[in-house]
Ligand binder design. Structure first.
Ligand code: ADP
Length: 584
């Protein structure tokens, strides 16, 4: 009973059968009732008052019961209106007690019908039921010595034959109807069921995620409209799915490449998703990511799940050398809920803050020292007045001037750096020969080197033209050379080499000085960083020279490398790109 086709066939068969049944019942009952009406009309027409009187007079004159009965029979049979045909309709003359005295056939035993009983009790019996197998009329005839009953009995053969014929016809019609039903079901299946089946296959295809084909709309009826609506729905669904997929793709890419870590847990604290940044920051594998293990101390999961949007919990944690800040918030969908953690790596930020604080402290400190010196020397001069010997006065004034120069240098270097930081540094780019710059710096520093009994040697190598700010480049070379002079005990050896490597020209300053401990090497370019503060200050250093040199080289796409053996000497190499036109 699952197939619609079978149901339709059954319904049609039932309909045809019901129709036939109604027709059979209706037609047979109409035929029976017609014949009955006709029978009793015929009887009424025959048994007129005159005819009854005739019958009564025969009965009254009758001397012998049987002879009288025979006479009565003859008279009745002569009445052609009654349609007595001996085979189907017969007439009997009965005695009052029901004995058959005479009859149109040889029947001697008659069934005692209600009409016969009525006549026996002296009345005319003229009623038949539809369901009876006969029609009869019993008329009592009285008036003489013998009383008779004229009894007309129709065995309904004609009626039965006719109704049988009707039933036969209708049964054949039923057979035809059934054949018609089957034929109709084939047509119906073409018209209704085939499109429904197509629609069913279409929905199954769409349900399995295949949107490639549309269902063919083959009619304009309700099924056609349904198919159209379904096609539209499938299209909308496909568009929506594509949109969702697109959004998912965007989110996935975002999660994949975002610098913040994102981790999602379900309500049991099990990992749902985590992006690569989170794995890197938390320094753990995805298999070991449980809420309680990672963030349980910041906020218990059950407390977090009770929060309402847009509430969230903030926290921080330390993983190795990383400082992480996190926001934890619950999320819920209709299907499930959980917690999302967004992790932000603030290590660099904190370091930058620290550097800034240190820088401000350094600046204050660097400026305060010369200021204190200036103040104390100036105060001494003021307090002692003329009592101060002229040589001391002169020396104090020298210190004050020296400290003022130092402050000016610091302020100037800071200004230079701040210009580099803000990108406002004006550079005057020209083309010039690198060797010439090296030579002029070496010349300028020669006196200072001699002053410290250093042997300064320039080993001229190949040279090239560079495109840059000559003064700034010379400032860099000068800084490196003066560092070599400063940080080499008197009587040292300083060698300057130049050369070309690939598309770069280089200068290398090698000294036999105090060297730099390995741990300090990475920090040399930090502002105010000095290995030996006292020595640097003594020799007029600000701790900003290498920072400025690095900034200048950055703007020239150059590079600076420092190698050193503590206690043995330092080698500083500066590389600069050769001007385009000068490239080999
Ligand atoms: P400063 O003004 O103190 O020389 P720099 O930025 O030029 O500042 O140098 C930073 C620090 O690096 C110096 O204080 C010194 O400790 C170290 N340094 C630089 N060059 C040399 C060198 N040739 N030999 C030893 N130490 C050096």
């Amino acid at each position: 009973m699952r197939s619609l086709r079978l149901k339709m066939v059954l319904v049609m068969i039932l309909m045809v059968a019901c129709l036939m049944l109604v027709m059979v019942t209706f037609l047979t009952s109409r035929v029976v009732s017609f014949y009955m009406t006709e029978f009793y009309e015929q009887m009424e027409q025959s048994f007129t008052t005159g005819f009854l009187q005739q019958l009564q007079s025969i009965a009254a004159q009758s001397m012998d019961e049987t002879a009288g009965a025979e006479q009565l029979k003859e008279l009745v049979m002569a009445q052609s209106d009654m349609g007595i045909d001996i085979s189907d309709r017969n007439v009997y003359i009965l005695a009052q007690d029901g004995r058959v005295l005479a009859g149109s056939n040889s029947e001697t035993m008659l069934h005692t019908t209600p009409n016969l009983l009525t006549a026996m009790s002296g009345f005319v019996g003229q009623q038949s039921a539809m369901m009876d197998r006969y029609m009869d009329l019993a008329v009592p005839i009285t008036g003489g010595e013998y009383s008779y009953i004229v009894y007309v009995l129709d065995n309904r053969n004609t009626v039965n034959e006719l109704t049988g014929e009707i039933v036969q016809i209708i049964l054949s019609a039923l057979g035809l109807g059934l054949a018609f039903c089957i034929a109709l079901s084939v047509i119906l299946s073409q018209i209704i069921i085939a499109p429904i089946e197509r629609l069913t296959h279409g929905t199954q295809r769409v349900a399995s995620g295949d949107f490639s084909e549309k269902i063919e709309v083959s009619s304009r009826d309700e099924i056609g409209t349904l198919t159209q609506s379904f096609n539209h729905m499938a299209q909308v669904l496909q568009d929506t799915l594509a949109e969702v997929e697109n959004e998912r793709g965007k989110l996935e890419t975002l999660f994949l490449h975002m610098t913040d870590g994102v981790v999602a847990f379900d309500t049991n604290g099990q990992l749902i998703h985590s992006n690569p940044a989170a794995v890197t920051m938390l320094r753990t594998s995805q298999r070991e990511m449980y809420y309680d293990r990672l963030f349980g101390e910041i906020s218990p999961l059950k407390d977090l799940l009770k929060l309402q949007r847009p509430q969230f919990v903030e926290g921080s944690m330390q993983v190795g050398d990383l400082e992480l800040e996190l926001s934890l918030a619950p999320f819920s969908t209709e299907a499930a809920g959980g917690v999302i953690a967004v992790i932000h790596d603030v290590t660099e930020q904190r370091r930058a803050e620290q550097t800034r604080k240190e820088f401000v402290a350094n600046v204050s400190h660097e400026l305060r020292t010369p200021l204190t010196n200036i103040k104390s020397y100036a105060e001494t001069i003021v307090q002692t007045g003329d009592e101060l010997p002229p040589e001391l006065h002169q020396s104090f004034m020298g210190v004050i001037l020296g400290e003022t120069d130092r402050m000016t240098r610091i302020v100037q270097d800071l200004l230079t750096l701040s210009r580099f930081d803000s990108g406002r540094m004006e550079m005057n780019f020209t083309r010039f020969d690198f060797r010439q710059s090296v030579q002029s710096v070496c010349k300028a520093e020669e006196l200072d080197a001699q002053h410290h009994d250093h042997t300064l040697t320039l080993h001229d190598g190949p040279t090239a033209t560079i495109h840059g700010d000559r003064n700034r480049i010379e400032q860099v070379i000068m800084n490196i050379l003066s560092n070599a002079i400063k940080y080499t005990p008197d009587g040292g050896k300083i060698d300057v080499y130049t050369g070309i490597k690939g598309h770069m020209v280089w200068i290398r300053v090698k000294d036999t000085g105090i060297g730099i401990p390995e741990k300090d090497l990475p920090r040399l370019f930090e502002r105010f960083y000095r290995v030996d503060k006292a020595r640097s200050r003594e020799s007029g250093g600000t701790g900003l020279g290498l920072s400025i040199a690095q900034e200048i080289l950055r703007l020239h796409n150059g590079d600076i490398r420092i190698e050193s053996v503590y206690g043995a000497g330092t080698t500083v190499t500066v590389l600069l790109p050769i001007a385009q036109e000068d490239l080999p």
